[in-house]
Design a protein around this ligand. Structure first.
Ligand SMILES: Nc1nc2c(ncn2[C@@H]2O[C@H](COP(=O)(O)OP(=O)(O)OP(=O)(O)O)[C@@H](O)[C@H]2O)c(=O)[nH]1
Ligand SMILES: [Mg+2]
Length: 423
């Protein structure tokens, strides 16, 4: 919320740099700080962040220009892009007067960018009631070969209605222009708000990086701790369905019959462990367990409450339906994919096993992309829950669909082909 700083009489607005993971948000702020004269800016700080990736936010302030005869101070905040930190990203976006959406302009990043863009717009819209924050698109990484032009990126994102600028943040190109445009959007919002109410009615918000950090910490303490990473703290097994194991698996309840039995008997040694967070391609609401071998994850097991049934008959029917859906994907089923039905003492539950292979998002080599494109072209209408970069797995130059296809899922694999680079 824009406000007047009591001590100085400055008008304060907040510009939030949002975007998909590693789009260049932090780089924008770093290069801006470098370009600004010292007397008009703060240092760049990142409270709570210890790694290269932003964990809470980056923060810097700039003073310059006037609104209604008052000096303007801009708080610049960049969000963490990592999906596991979505709660923080949301909170920060909620405080924006203007949003700079930083996008990696390469076609390989487009699926992730589109997701992030759509989510940001939805959040900005949902804030509702008042004047929405202005949005600006920055087509970053224009220096990289094959990058989409500003216009092509805007079109691919459905962002024709927002101002768009190209940038090479790493070299400082376009970052100042982006900031100036965002500051203009922010001040327009201030004027609109003040026109409707008054300065006094606007309230305020955190004035320093420390205050904002404290807000985020308080929020998270309130909303229980954020999901810990799997290696840190496994979830309480008592609250989760028992892992399949120990019992004999009836032949009729395994698919594919021969291979599936071999896989399950290998896994039935009690080696699987629940983890806190499921892979992005796992079915909605999935519970995940992993089998590790010498510290390397070899197998992933998934189940969901939608795959749990009070009686054997309905469970078998669901198993057959699931098998039919998976078979539609042949020959793109991932290695070691098998299903099995287990009685866990209370209910009948389907578990799915998959060999651990990298998704396209984790392995962006050229060969992988070509294989994924061929797959998407061959299965254009297959619908999946995860964005194609997460949904498609790659191993040894071959691509596989990791997700369970679902008619009602939001992503179509074919849509990815259209936007991936040719060749
Ligand atoms: N070639 C090129 N690389 C860039 C550009 N901008 C950023 N990068 C690189 O992209 C990577 C990610 O940049 P960051 O600024 O850390 O990205 P971020 O959006 O803050 O990432 P998260 O905080 O993890 O979401 C780094 O290796 C940057 O050097 C650019 O314009 N061109
Ligand atoms: Mg960052």
């Amino acid at each position: 919320m824009p406000h007047i700083e009591k001590r100085t009489g400055n008008v304060v607005i907040r510009i939030v740099y949002d975007g998909a993971p590693e789009a260049g948000k932090t780089t924008n702020l770093r290069e801006l700080v470098r370009a600004m004269p010292m007397q008009r800016r703060s240092e760049l700080v990142a409270p709570g962040t210890v790694s290269r990736r932003t964990e809470f936010f980056d923060w810097a302030t700039f003073t310059g220009g006037y609104v209604d005869g008052r000096r303007l101070r801009c708080q610049l905040v960049s969000v963490p892009g990592q999906p596991s930190l979505l709660r923080r990203r949301r909170y920060l976006l909620d405080t924006a007067d203007a949003v700079v959406f930083v996008a990696d302009s390469r076609p390989v990043a487009i699926a992730q960018t589109r997701d992030a863009f759509a989510r940001m717009r939805e959040l900005v819209r949902r804030r509702g009631g008042e004047v929405p924050a202005g949005v600006l698109l920055q087509a970053n990484k224009q220096d990289l070969e094959g990058s989409l032009s500003v216009a092509a990126l805007a079109e691919a994102l459905g962002a024709a209605d927002v101002p768009a600028l190209g940038a090479e943040a790493l070299r400082g190109v376009g970052v100042m222009q982006t900031f100036i445009t965002a500051a203009r959007l922010g001040t327009e919002r201030v004027k609109e708000l003040v026109g409707r109410t008054s300065w006094d009615a606007l309230g305020g918000q955190s004035a320093t990086a420390e205050e904002l950090y404290a807000e985020l910490e308080a929020l998270e303490a309130e909303l229980e701790a954020p999901a810990p990473s799997p290696s840190e703290a496994p979830p309480d097994p008592a609250a989760l369905p028992p892992l399949p194991g120990g019992d004999h698996v009836a032949e009729a309840h395994v698919w594919p019959l021969v291979e599936g039995r071999a896989i399950w008997s290998e896994l039935l040694g009690g080696r699987a462990r629940h983890v806190a967070r499921a892979a992005p391609w796992a079915p909605p609401g999935a519970i995940e367990a992993r089998v590790e071998d010498q510290g390397v994850v070899r197998w992933l097991l998934h189940t969901t409450d939608a795959w749990s049934f009070p009686d054997a008959a309905s469970a078998k029917l669901a198993l057959i339906t699931l098998v039919r859906r998976l078979r539609e994907l042949e020959p793109y089923l991932p290695p070691g994919r098998a299903l099995s039905l287990h009685h866990d003492g209370q209910s009948y539950r389907i578990w799915m096993v998959t060999e651990a292979i990298r998704s396209l998002a984790e392995c962006e080599q050229d060969g992988a992309l070509a294989a994924a494109q061929a797959l998407a072209a061959a299965r254009p209408r297959a619908r999946v829950h995860a964005a194609p970069l997460d949904a498609i797995g790659v191993r040894d130059g071959r691509a596989y669909v990791l997700c369970v296809p679902d008619e009602a899922a939001p992503h179509e694999l074919g849509a990815f082909t259209a936007r991936a680079p040719a060749g």
